[in-house]
Design a protein around this ligand. Structure first.
Ligand code: ZN
Length: 126
């Protein structure tokens, strides 16, 4: 199986920030999971930026409801809340392709709990 990313979204070089405070929030290039506080659903995502940046984006999306992501839909349709204070880092991965694959694997692993659409369907057993 060969996966060719359509639009790699990773700048080749940018300096690492030297601040060591609040390390968890500054996790970068990762696969993350945000859990719903009202049911067992979760949202698994990936970002090449800081976790905290992505978290704020999700929160903004929910406030504005302009974005029709599955997470926003879930909040609107069920009036549920996601636990943004606890965005779980599933894995750190610098490589975009590997990150997408890992995200898909985690999404598959979470079975029906995940709200995600996977970008690549992995049909390993077929
Ligand atoms: Zn829910």
């Amino acid at each position: 199986m060969i996966i060719v990313p359509a639009s790699p979204n990773h700048p080749q070089s940018h300096p690492q920030p030297q601040k060591g405070d609040d390390k968890m929030k500054k996790d970068k290039k990762l696969v993350y999971k945000i859990s719903c506080m009202n049911c067992n659903k979760c949202c698994i995502g990936e970002t090449g930026r800081e976790k905290n940046t992505r978290r704020k984006e999700h929160q903004k999306d929910i406030k504005s409801t302009s974005n029709s992501s599955n997470l926003v839909k879930h909040v609107i349709e069920h009036k549920h809340f996601f636990n943004f204070n606890q965005v779980e880092t599933l894995t750190l991965e610098n490589n975009w392709t590997r990150r997408i694959i890992k995200k898909s694997l985690y999404t598959h692993e979470s079975l029906s709990q995940s709200l995600n659409d996977v970008k690549f369907k992995l049909n390993i057993l077929q």
